[in-house]
Write a protein that binds this ligand. Structure first.
Ligand code: FAD
Ligand code: DHB
Length: 389
């Protein structure tokens, strides 16, 4: 088989890139290790920057997002019993959209199927060959049968645990990493959200986040120890702990119920450089991870897709490789800013082990400065709604 682009990974990065390429008349085959249902069962991000919304529009898949997504003009930040508002719309002119990653992925799969664009699920043993030459190809097995696809380029959209990043030789690749000494325990419950905006809460018991998916579906997170597992947390224990970490008037309004999903995610900052090696491009979580505070993971994946798509479109339109040659440089400039913001916002809100009284005072002063200073609020809002591409 031959195609123009082999896209490894059918998560949001691979599907969005695939759909944009399809609309531009560029052929791509998406290879996904799991089934569609498995990919759609993963509960992850919930906040979309307008840059990602515009890409969804360009890909022709934004109707449901506009109909069902919630427009949020700002967010709430709580410290102990106090809470203040940051007004994104007033500070930047831009809101964010609350719409689950699961729904983004579902819309992209539906569009891909409707267009008859090929996705091969349940692939195994994916290997990228000759990425540093002019004629790369990808081999894999499916249900025991070996297959090969020849192509012009390979897009490695296969997430943090994928094979694409590992295909770049160690003497070319540089990796930067920070592991945080805690995780997030997240639950989904069919209850009305406690507030009409997200609440990011700093408390002396640890971080908490109140988010949502729709009028009757709430998403809540609390900071937990890395040694804990979901079985350590009954629903009652979760709700009790959440209540203790958010302002008491909010806690009183919290509607609880059985949780329908519960998971623990470790927090990590990670970047690999470069994001291109020969004809292989790394996109999204395959190249970088942010801690989820600030909702930058999916949105940064989307900006990579934008830079790569523009480069490939230019290459196929007039043979000009300038934009694909600059892909890694352009993507990384924005990636590092998202890394900085996510790291900073995480440091503002979590309880770190062994924090000294001085560290605590610095954290409190940093939050008070954000609450009281217009320039700091603007900088926060610009980062949260998404820096320009
Ligand atoms: P992925 O979503 O990881 O998709 C990669 C795809 O590649 C997967 O479908 C995988 O099955 C497939 N794949 C892997 N290996 C292979 C292979 N060898 N061959 C073929 N296919 C392969 N971000 C936020 O902003 N907010 C959040 O709350 C949040 N929560 C998260 C919770 C968890 C547990 C994780 C892991 C991430 C979370 N993120 C969050 C980050 C966000 O979900 C990611 O940034 C986003 O999913 C990146 O999309 P992606 O397509 O690049 O990678
Ligand atoms: C969600 C996750 C985040 O990491 C975040 O910063 C905001 C919202 C969510 O899952 O809704």
């Amino acid at each position: 088989m031959r195609t123009q682009i082999v896209v490894i990974g059918g998560g949001p990065s691979g599907l969005l890139l695939g759909q944009l390429l399809h609309r531009a008349g560029i052929d791509a085959v998406v290879l996904e290790r799991k089934t569609r249902d498995y990919v759609l069962g993963r509960i992850r991000a919930g906040v979309l920057e307008t840059g990602l919304v515009k890409l969804m529009e360009e890909a022709g898949v934004a109707d449901r997002l506009h109909a069902e997504g919630f427009v949020h003009d700002g967010t709430q930040i709580a410290v102990g019993d106090q809470m203040f508002h940051v007004d994104f719309k007033a500070l930047t002119g831009t809101p964010v959209i609350v719409y689950g990653q699961t729904e983004v992925t579902r819309d992209l799969y539906d569009a891909r199927e409707a267009a008859g664009a090929p996705t091969i699920f349940e692939v195994e043993d994916v290997v990228i060959h000759d990425a540093d030459g002019d004629h790369p190809h990808v081999t894999f097995t499916r249900h025991g049968h070996a297959q090969r696809i020849d192509c012009d380029f390979v897009a490695g959209c296969d997430g943090f645990h994928g094979v694409s990043r590992q295909a770049i030789p160690l003497d070319v690749r540089r990796e930067y990493e920070k592991i945080y000494p805690f995780g997030w325990l997240g639950v989904l419950s069919e209850t009305p959200p406690v507030h009409d905006e997200l609440i990011y809460a700093n408390s002396d018991r640890g971080f908490a986040l109140c988010s949502m998916r729709n009028e009757n579906l709430s998403r809540y997170y609390i900071q937990c120890a890395l040694s804990e597992s979901t079985s350590d947390w009954s629903d009652d224990a979760f709700w009790q702990e959440l209540r203790r970490r958010i302002p008491s008037d909010v806690a009183e309004r919290l509607v609880t119920g059985p949780t329908i999903e519960k998971s623990i995610a470790p927090l990590r900052s990670f970047v690999t450089e470069p994001m291109r090696w020969g004809r292989l491009f790394l996109v999204g979580d395959a190249a970088h991870i942010v801690p989820p505070t600030g909702a930058k993971g999916l949105n940064t994946a989307a900006s990579d897709v934008h830079y790569l798509f523009e480069g490939l479109r230019q290459f196929y339109a007039d043979g000009d490789s300038e934009d694909i040659d600059r892909y890694s440089e352009k993507a990384l400039l924005r990636v590092w800013k998202a890394e900085r913001f996510s790291w900073w916002f995480s440091s503002l809100l979590h309880v770190y082990p062994h924090m000294s009284p001085f560290d605590l005072k610095m954290q409190q002063a940093e939050i008070a400065f954000l609450r009281d200073n217009d320039a700091q609020q603007r900088a926060f809002a610009e980062n949260y709604v998404g820096l320009p591409y």
